[in-house]
Design a protein around this ligand. Structure first.
Ligand SMILES: [Ca+2]
Ligand SMILES: [Ca+2]
Ligand SMILES: [Ca+2]
Length: 576
């Protein structure tokens, strides 16, 4: 699996080496990073490597927006060594830039601190796994100064480590956090947040001062949908819109203040502001309710909506955690999942079946099923299953019969190269569906197929499995990453930008002067255009060496439109 990504890896190595030799480029005290300024990769102006996964969905109740997740996957989202079953070894490393501590003394009382959580919504690290901290000494060696064995106790803890030993007080001091884990995949998770290195601290200096978002805001859609087909939404949006939703922020350290927050709804391709709603209230009112509004349908067959929540306060220390986004897509799928897997789901029984219930608000054509398999423990891409569509199944307690609509034999799990990629399984002919229908499979193996399980959402009321001959409700909380594809249009291109961003990784993001795009290896002559969030064209050209160098000054959110062989896609980048 790794060989497909050699070019990407070379780019990473180049960048890592450039950082390593560019040691003039130092961080200064006080230093803090709460992983809210970037997605997927850590901020390259603070860190010299790219192995941790920066995200906002793997931890439970993170201190602030964004955590660095350590697991058994490398920076390309592939297992370090899928053959090394049952072994624990060094996995992800997060290394700081250098700090010049040459003229510092022990009495400066410099401490490193950070918060960590084991497991979260992932898989608990075992006792022979660990999270460790190393300091780089003046003799050029790494010394391990702290470590903790794996645990399933998932409470957030803060650790403070003194930097007083004179061996560490030198011009090229660096620290790194790393983990030992299973090397075979998406396992043994640790989450790290709010890293601080500062002087004049005490061993009990645990209080931070900030206002921040952490949790994903509530949904504007009801019945657990994260995506709805465009024409279904258009025909009666009131069947899908909730009667108000909530977003919660956190206050750290300060006494009560008046805090303004806002919810804004933006069409991301054009930057068109559809609706905005400010709220002014006491900071103790952390959970705020935003009311429904009419959603205009922009576009003819697809539409996206970004809900953007912001905190407006001069007391907020880290500004990048003052804004959180949630995206809604209206195109050709129903979805209960948020597009990010926290866990793998599967049955270990040959002949086992799963069925996912959907209720279509209008008669439509089912074109296929979109599935996200995640690499975990074993590569199962040679195993077989049968895709199935049912009109009805005997749900527990209903007495209904089983009625098959379609089946397609000899399917195999296919992986996308990065986290959370979906693969479309197209049917050879469209299936007419209306009202209730079920999509799922029967597996022809005892091996767990590891379908992505989104644990930020729960759709268990719609999830059924059958290993004994009797259909039962699935009790493992979450939402399967399985989506029916509906519509007249047989062209199954995916318009969801989140997915696009997973197919085409962009780094660094945010960036000030250039970006690299991976995932374009098989494309020739890719033309691009760059637009501001207001829709103004800033630059265009042809992509050379999978990179784009910006030659405009505008900063903020920009959109890059790529013209590929079959499709046109948009990628969103934050430019500094
Ligand atoms: Ca954070
Ligand atoms: Ca903040
Ligand atoms: Ca998720």
């Amino acid at each position: 699996m790794a060989s497909r990504n050699i070019h990407v890896k070379n780019e990473f190595q180049k960048r890592s080496q450039a950082r390593f030799f560019g040691q003039l480029d130092t961080n200064s005290l006080p230093f803090q990073d709460d992983f809210s300024s970037t997605q997927t990769f850590p901020n390259p102006s603070h860190w010299t490597d790219y192995q941790v996964y920066v995200n906002n969905h793997m931890a439970i109740n993170a201190p602030t927006l964004g955590v660095a997740t350590f697991d058994g996957l490398n920076e390309q989202g592939s297992p370090y060594d899928i053959q090394a079953i049952g072994m624990s070894g060094p996995s992800d490393t997060l290394t700081s830039m250098a700090f010049n501590l040459q003229n510092r003394r022990g009495s400066d009382s410099i401490y490193l601190s950070f918060f960590y959580q084991a497991e979260g919504l992932g898989e608990a690290p075992e006792i022979n796994d660990s999270l460790v901290v190393d300091f780089y000494n003046k003799f050029g060696f790494w010394n391990t100064v702290w470590g903790i064995p794996g645990t399933s106790v998932g409470v957030w803890k803060q650790v403070l480590i003194p930097v007083v030993d004179t061996n560490f007080l030198h011009a090229g001091f660096r620290f790194r956090i790393r983990n030992y884990s299973s090397l075979v995949g998406f396992l043994d998770h640790w989450h790290v947040d709010y890293v601080r290195l500062a002087d004049n601290r005490l061993y009990n200096d645990t209080v931070i001062y900030d206002f921040a978002y952490s949790q994903t805001p509530g949904s504007i859609l009801k019945n657990g949908f994260t995506q709805v087909p465009y024409l279904h939404f258009k025909s009666d949006s009131s069947r899908f819109l909730s009667n108000g939703h909530q977003a919660t922020f956190k206050s750290f350290g300060y006494s009560t203040q008046t805090i303004t927050t806002s919810a804004s709804f933006v069409e991301p391709r054009s930057g068109f502001l559809i609706h905005t709603q400010p709220l002014v209230a006491n900071s103790t009112l952390a959970t705020r309710t935003y009311f429904p509004f009419s959603v205009p349908l922009i576009g003819t067959d697809s539409f996206e909506l970004d809900a953007i929540y912001s905190i407006w306060s001069n007391s907020s220390v880290i500004k990048t955690n003052d804004t959180i986004r949630r995206r809604y897509t209206f195109y050709n799928q129903y979805a209960y999942d948020d597009g990010t897997a926290e866990y793998g789901y599967g049955l270990n029984t040959n002949g086992g079946r799963i069925a996912y219930r959907f209720i279509s608000t209008r008669p439509d054509s089912l074109r296929g099923i979109s599935l996200s398999f995640i690499p975990i423990r074993t590569d199962v891409s040679r195993e077989l299953f049968t895709l199935i569509v049912w009109k009805s199944i005997p749900e527990p307690g209903t007495g209904k019969g089983e009625q098959l609509l379609y089946q397609s034999n000899f399917q195999r799990p296919k992986y996308q190269r990065f986290y959370n990629g979906f693969v479309n399984y197209e049917f050879d002919s469209a299936i007419a569906v209306s009202d209730t229908f079920y999509v799922g499979w029967q597996q022809n193996t005892d091996t767990i197929l590891s379908l992505g399980l989104d644990r930020n959402d729960t759709a268990n009321a719609n999830m059924f499995y059958n290993v004994t001959g009797t259909w039962q409700s699935s009790g493992i909380p979450g939402a399967w990453m399985m989506r029916p594809i509906l519509g007249k249009n047989a062209n199954l291109k995916i318009s969801n930008q989140e997915i696009t961003q997973n197919r085409f990784q962009v780094y660094p993001n945010p960036s000030s002067d250039h970006i690299f795009l991976s995932g374009l290896e098989n494309q020739s002559e890719v033309k691009y255009e760059i637009f501001s969030s207001m829709g103004q064209k800033l630059q265009n050209g042809i992509i050379v060496d999978q990179s784009i160098r910006f030659d405009f000054k505008e900063s903020g959110l920009i959109f890059i439109r790529l013209h590929l062989n079959q499709e046109t896609i948009y990628i969103r980048v934050m430019k500094n």
